[in-house]
Design a protein around this ligand. Structure first.
Ligand SMILES: Nc1ncnc2c1ncn2[C@@H]1O[C@H](COP(=O)(O)OP(=O)(O)O)[C@@H](O)[C@H]1O
Ligand SMILES: [Mg+2]
Length: 332
């Protein structure tokens, strides 16, 4: 499954579905204007003085990849808004366009139709205060932990003193400061993931995009890192779009949980999860009920799209449920 725009061979730059720039974090052009946001706010939510409206919005978006074997429409009629400071979890079947939606938000892909806006502006290039953490972490094996964590700042021409200060703070937050001189190859999977996080944190972002960041980790390690992600979001207050395959992870880290249909992906259901935000949430009845709701919504979104061969062999017309699903239910 492709997770980076590099996987789109031979696509002209800036064609719909074309990669816009090198993937991975950091992703801003060298020499871009320094536009560092203010100090991170303690409580999640819209910072004082922030312009109204969502931080990230997709509006009637379609993304078709001009693939060699014929065009592939990954997302169609995709509409979703993420508020400033909001933690949102995105879940859906494999291949439904989750990674694609992150690449669009990061400004690494251009929509075929519709729009994707960040802070009210159509996003036409990678942005200084957006971080994208890809599944393979994007670490450079020949650089130390500290150099990897500082990479985004270096590309943005931050001064050495500021680089050191921000990098050390970020490494401390993820518990890696004592490994600053180690190399990624000397770290465990969980530590590598924390290093990828530190690199994004050092940038003081207001939009954190994460593509199944914990999927390679075993269950216990995963819970520990979920706790870390929750704590970092609470402290830094960025909007977070977390793609996950795990229902429990979505329920633990998403204030809203967005369930997508099978490809072409669009929003099948949005589940409000007001109880999230406490480390003890996992053990509660409310958590259990949210997981049940997400599971049901996932099943419904899959069940609403019968396999085409099944219809053909029975000579059926499309089931009413399928048409309903295409119209866009908002709740499970
Ligand atoms: N660069 C690409 N070129 C052609 N098809 C692609 C490309 N990237 C993704 N796709 C296709 O688009 C669909 C959505 O992909 P993706 O966003 O990676 O899904 P998900 O992250 O939900 O698993 C899949 O069918 C995938 O094969
Ligand atoms: Mg993916």
């Amino acid at each position: 499954m492709p997770t980076s725009p590099q996987a789109a061979p031979g696509i002209p730059h800036d064609a719909p579905g074309a990669p816009r720039d090198a993937p991975g974090i950091p992703h801003d052009a060298p020499g871009a204007p320094r536009d560092v946001p203010g100090a991170p706010h303690a409580a999640p939510g819209a910072p004082p003085g922030a312009p109204p409206g969502p931080l990230l919005s997709y509006e009637g978006l379609t993304l078709t990849y001009p693939a060699t074997a014929g065009p592939v429409t990954a997302l169609a009629g995709y509409t979703l808004a993420v508020s400033r400071g909001e933690p949102l979890a995105l879940i859906g079947p494999s291949g439904c366009g989750k990674s694609t939606s992150l690449l669009l938000a990061a400004g690494l892909l251009a929509p075929t139709e519709g729009s994707v806006c960040v802070a009210g502006e159509p996003i036409t290039r990678p942005r200084l205060t957006t971080a994208l953490i890809l599944q393979d972490f994007g670490l450079l094996p020949w650089k130390t932990v500290r150099e990897n964590a500082a990479l985004g700042l270096r590309i943005r021409h931050f001064s050495r003193a500021e680089r050191e200060q921000r990098t050390d703070r970020a490494l401390e937050q993820v518990g890696l400061l004592e490994f600053a001189r180690a190399y990624p190859g000397e770290l465990s999977g969980g530590m590598r993931q924390r290093l990828a996080l530190a690199r994004a944190l050092a940038l003081d972002v207001d939009l954190m995009l994460m593509d199944e960041p914990l999927s390679a980790l075993d269950a216990l390690l995963r819970e520990g890192l979920q706790d870390l992600l929750l704590g970092l979001w609470q402290e830094r207050g960025y909007a977070q779009l977390l793609v996950t395959h795990s229902i429990e992870e979505a329920a633990f880290l998403g204030r809203r949980i967005v369930v997508l249909t099978p490809r072409p992906g669009r929003v099948a259901a949005i589940i409000d999860n007001p109880g999230m935000g406490e480390h003890s949430y996992r053990g509660t009845q409310a958590f259990y009920l949210i997981c049940q709701q997400v599971r049901a919504a996932l099943q419904k979104s899959r069940g609403d799209t019968p396999a085409p061969t099944l219809q053909k062999s029975r000579g059926d017309t499309p089931a009413p449920a399928l048409q309903k699903s295409r119209g866009g239910a908002t709740h499970a």
